[in-house]
Design a protein around this ligand. Structure first.
Ligand code: ATP
Length: 533
């Protein structure tokens, strides 16, 4: 919920991210096409050429998404006695969005090019322009490294090289002007900056721009058959507000005492202007949010608690720790007293996956004001009523999906020189846990394989495959990320053993059929991950 916790991205070195952004389409390409080919993610309504920034999840994608959601729900709700769930409606009373500030402030600055008719987010246009200067700097540094070898002092080089200094001055100057314009909500100054720098439409080179204007990201529609302002309702741009307005309902019905939390997963909708990052930025997406209600004055303790818990949740999945980091917001929204993002190094650079925010009593206070209903808690220990403070954790399910896919996607050259593409998914999240493969399509092997499968399918999502040579079938399972393949051969019929092949090491072992369940269970069980959090 921090579109209007403005400009958290202003930070030294952020321009590196800008540079990477230019290449993001390219760097994502293999993942996007793999996701489509193997039934993970399809463009929405593709037969009609798709719909911008809207995607559908295929057979394996929907399984992976369910597993991620389940992992989050178990960690947040089942493992915390004082966190309970909610499933609020997408539509809410229109005043909700007045109170939350979304009607007035959930905006992005928008600019159109009059010649190309293309629409851009004005701040992103400037970011991409700055990326070129950052690229220049990196090029100079590379040249310097090559020239001076071991004697190269990068820090000194950056501080003294005239070309680097010129480019850095430009970045600092433009960044400063943009920050000031955005901070003051001064769209004329933003427009002036684009004009002064001669920033052109990246696609056509045209500098023929409209003025910059604010664009509200909420999708509006009409309730019932009467048109007009009073019946305009919105598709929720975040799930959090359903939790705030239900605060007392949940607290009373579940007899929770403060501190306690309410967790929810569900769809959210934002009419994003720039939509070119696959499922990283979508117009319809899913959030997993938890609002934790605490006694005023204790919020920093809980903020630290959830910060740590959430990072542990990510790390338990085995994600490379070097690709995960915290990024503190430099500029806080007026109502927040702490905010941090968990960022992941996507193929296009470090980007936010999750936000942890300490939001004071702002949200409940606003709903109390706009509804005229008390949203307070009687604290028996203090013997007083107060509006609780809130610490929230907010993660995008689709962004998390992209994180998992990006860190799992691996192209390998094997010892024999052949190539394989494998999704090294955390086994607990893998859509299919076991593939059962008869070596041949005859001699009773398919029947035996089906027997094994019928036993295992009660415990795991399994797949049966008898088509093509065994090597090809292994590759197919590697590509969808199945942790184990079981091969049934003639020996199986004789002595009740089979071959189990592990996805990442490709190691094969002969084991008794009775051992399979335990071996697979030990590796794919989510409990192991949950215990690490
Ligand atoms: P961004 O700065 O990337 O626009 P945000 O700070 O506005 O995101 P929040 O409002 O804090 O995001 O939303 C919480 C989480 O929801 C984000 O961390 C992200 O994972 C996810 N999210 C937000 N917008 C989108 C979107 N358009 N598509 C997919 N996921 C999103």
């Amino acid at each position: 919920m921090c579109k209007y916790q403005l400009f958290k991205w202003f930070q030294p070195g952020k321009a590196c991210i800008f540079a990477a952004m230019a290449d993001q389409q390219e760097s994502l390409k293999p993942i996007v096409s793999h996701a489509k080919e193997y039934g993970y993610v399809f463009p929405s309504s593709e037969i009609y050429d798709g719909l911008g920034a809207v995607y559908d999840y295929g057979p394996y994608g929907s399984e992976l998404k369910n597993n991620i959601r389940n992992y989050w729900w178990k960690a947040m709700v089942h493992l915390h006695e004082n966190v309970v769930g909610l499933d609020a409606a997408i539509f809410m009373h229109p005043t909700t969005w007045k109170a939350s500030g979304h009607v007035d402030a959930f905006n992005d600055p928008l600019i159109d090019n009059k010649d190309s008719k293309k629409r851009y987010r004005a701040d992103v246009l400037v970011e991409d322009y700055l990326a070129k200067y950052e690229q220049k700097i990196e090029k100079e540094v590379k040249k310097g490294k090559k020239r001076f070898g071991d004697d190269f002092d990068e820090e000194q080089f950056r501080a003294t090289n005239p070309n680097v200094k010129r480019a850095q001055d430009k970045i600092d100057n433009v960044t400063g002007r943009m920050k000031e314009a955005l901070d003051n909500n001064d769209l004329v100054a933003l427009q002036q900056l684009i004009e002064d720098e001669g920033i052109a439409d990246p696609d056509t080179g045209s500098k023929n721009w409209t003025e910059v204007r604010q664009f509200n990201l909420m999708f509006g529609t009409q309730l019932g058959s009467v048109a007009g302002d009073s019946s305009t309702i919105y598709l929720r741009p975040e799930t959090a507000q359903g939790i705030f307005v239900n605060f007392l309902n949940v607290q009373k019905s579940s007899r929770q005492k403060i501190p306690f939390g309410i967790a929810q997963t569900g769809k959210a909708f934002r009419n994003e202007i720039v939509a070119r990052q696959f499922i990283f930025r979508m117009r319809e997406f899913e959030q997993m949010e938890m609002q934790f209600f605490v006694r005023p004055g204790t919020e920093m303790e809980w903020y630290q608690y959830w910060k740590e818990k959430r990072m542990n949740w990510h790390q338990a999945l085995g994600t490379d720790p070097a690709r995960l980091r915290f990024h503190d917001h430099i500029k806080l929204a007026h109502y927040a007293n702490a905010a941090v993002d968990i960022e992941f190094e996507f193929p296009f650079g470090f980007k936010e996956v999750e936000g942890i925010h300490s939001r004071t009593d702002y949200d409940l206070g606003r709903h109390q004001e706009f509804s005229g209903k008390k949203l307070q808690y009687y604290d028996p220990e203090l013997q007083q009523n107060y509006v609780p403070y809130v610490v929230e954790t907010s993660i995008g399910l689709d962004r998390m999906f992209l994180l998992i896919l990006s860190s799992a996607y691996t192209e390998e050259t094997l010892e024999d020189g052949s190539q394989r593409t494998v999704l090294k998914l955390p086994p607990a999240l893998a859509p299919v846990k076991v593939a059962v493969l008869p070596l041949l399509k005859k001699d009773g092997l398919p029947e035996k394989a089906r027997e094994v499968l019928d036993e295992l399918r009660f415990d795991f999502n399994c797949q049966y495959d008898e088509k093509d040579a065994i090597g090809k079938r292994y590759r197919r399972q590697d590509a969808i990320g199945t942790p184990y393949c079981l091969t049934i051969d003639h020996q199986t019929l004789e002595d009740g053993t089979l071959t189990i092949r592990e996805r990442d090491s490709m190691a094969q072992e002969r084991i008794a059929i009775e051992q399979v369940r335990q071996i697979v269970h030990d590796r794919v069980d989510m409990t192991k991950l949950l215990r690490q959090i």
